[in-house]
Design a protein around this ligand. Structure first.
Ligand SMILES: Cc1cc2nc3c(=O)[nH]c(=O)nc-3n(C[C@H](O)[C@H](O)[C@H](O)COP(=O)(O)OP(=O)(O)OC[C@H]3O[C@@H](n4cnc5c(N)ncnc54)[C@H](O)[C@@H]3O)c2cc1C
Length: 442
């Protein structure tokens, strides 16, 4: 088979790989046997190299709904099912995803393997916390059903295990009941980082919260932000016919990579000033559709091409609550000082760590920033690794393409346990990605 150039969402790094798209359990088994080293892949929305290997087994053709139990809100499907397609099925019947990331264009397999979190982590935890079971095809071709009670070790190693424990075939998870497709969105304008952190903590009772941060300001306006708090609107608040709901398709798209300089210090600064300025009132509430609330970036197809052919990295980290205020201030100052502006900077509050061995969230504050790949930004991210490591924080594998190995090893305490399990279930190291080799997991 011909090799194709493949990359994650950040378009960095790129590699040549053979891509197989099995359409049945038997085909997954025979491919796993014949291809040797490989990694599963969903929709390729992880940013770095976690779904890259010399051979890639893409789940695109394993995309069937198996059972939608609308009585009890339990959804069972193959792992290649995309969240946008699930929304089309469940929203008209009064359900929503229990946890959703900032894009709906990911698969259920990818949601489990990264143990994704949303704007409600402080209330509802990660995807794994709503997962009932999944079937996993192991390196030896056997299929194991995994849940909290059946093969629990494999269950918690796979949730957040970045595709290294096996190929997830099917999964079943609990949905959330909704009355409308709208969100009551309260927006609070915060003039600096200190204010937004205070507001995030004061409003912890909101189901959803996220702050967009302007990384271009310094001094007393360092980290000025718009904090978005949200709740699903009920029928008394807004009239809405759920049965007519259909997820919108992206309305604009970038047909090719823009020049590498498109997103520079000045364009980002101008965008940020406009974005912050568009909100006039200090504290306002509006009813909005859940699409613009949860998935504002999905409006543009292939927006990752904005960063040009060199690609970009998302630096996403969490630091424990103790010392988080001071720590975030120091990190923001380092970013502003470097002159590397981030087009996107998102601050969230995390709840407690779950049992996932390599699951990312733990109690604290998390920040995610996008940087175009260049020498200066790579140096900055290395410095940030050191700072976050000192603060006892950690970085998210689903976004990573360049993390320092010592930082990774010191920040995931269950890593030795994970490696031990891999040596037992996959002694010949069939499942491996560029990321797992780079970080010494495999
Ligand atoms: C715009 C944007 C916003 C995002 N926002 C968030 C957010 O708010 N919160 C969050 O947590 N994440 C977020 N993400 C990251 C994204 O949710 C995760 O990277 C997710 O894993 C992507 O799923 P995917 O189907 O694209 O998987 P891929 O990117 O293809 O793969 C990701 C990992 O899952 C493994 N995998 C995929 N399918 C299987 C399978 N069938 N069996 C075993 N392993 C498998 C792969 O080996 C790989 O390690 C965001 C990404 C984008 C592009």
């Amino acid at each position: 088979m011909m090799k194709r150039e493949m990359a994650g969402w950040g378009n960095f790094p790129k590699t040549k790989a053979e891509v197989e798209k099995p359409d049945s359990e038997n085909e997954v088994r025979s491919l796993q046997k014949s291809v040797g080293i490989h990694i599963p892949r969903g929709a390729g929305r992880s940013y770095g190299d976690s779904s890259l290997s010399s051979t890639i087994l893409e789940s695109a053709k394993l995309n069937q709904t198996l059972i939608f139990d609308s009585e009890n809100g339990i959804y069972t499907c193959q792992s290649g099912k995309m969240l946008n397609v699930i929304l089309d099925e469940i929203v008209p019947r009064g359900y929503f995803l229990p946890v959703t990331p900032g894009t709906k264009f990911i698969t259920v397999g990818g949601a489990i393997a990264a143990d994704i979190h949303g704007k409600n982590h402080h209330v509802d935890g990660c995807f794994s916390q709503h997962l009932l079971w999944f079937n996993l095809m192991m390196a030896d071709g056997s299929v194991k059903k995994c849940s909290r009670t059946e093969n629990p070790e494999l269950f918690w190693a796979t949730c957040g295990g970045m595709g290294l424990t096996g190929f997830i075939l099917e999964a079943s998870f609990q949905l959330k009941k909704i009355e409308t497709s709208k969100i009551v969105n309260r927006t609070i304008k915060c003039e600096n980082l200190d204010k937004v952190i205070t507001n995030l903590l004061e409003h912890e009772n909101y189901t959803y919260s996220v702050a967009w941060i302007d990384c271009g300001t310094s001094g007393k306006n360092l980290g000025r932000s718009l904090l978005y708090l949200g709740e699903h609107a009920n029928k008394a608040e807004v009239a809405d016919d759920l049965s007519r709901y259909k997820t919108p398709s992206p309305i604009i798209g970038l047909p090719f990579n823009l020049p590498n300089w498109t997103l520079n210090k000045w364009t980002v600064k101008a965008f940020n000033a406009l974005y912050y300025g568009k909100v006039r009132r200090k504290d306002s509430t509006a009813i909005v559709g859940f699409e613009p609330y949860f998935y504002p970036l999905d409006i543009a197809n292939k927006w990752n091409r904005l960063y040009g052919s060199n690609g970009f990295a998302q630096y996403q980290f969490v630091i424990p609550m103790e010392g988080a205020r001071e720590g975030m201030n120091r990190i923001m100052q380092e970013i502003v000082k470097s002159g590397e502006s981030s087009f996107l900077a998102v601050l969230k509050l995390f709840g407690e760590q779950n049992e996932g061995w390599l699951s990312f969230p733990k109690r604290g504050l998390q920040l995610a920033l996008d940087f175009p790949i260049n020498r200066k930004s790579l140096e900055l991210m290395n410095r940030l690794d050191d700072m976050v490591m000192d603060m006892n924080g950690r970085s998210y594998l689903a976004k990573d393409s360049r993390m320092k190995r010592e930082f990774f090893e010191s920040s995931y305490p269950k890593l030795p346990q994970f490696k031990q399990l891999l040596s037992e279930i996959d002694p010949n190291g069939k499942f491996r990605s560029l990321q797992s080799d780079r970080l010494g997991i495999t």
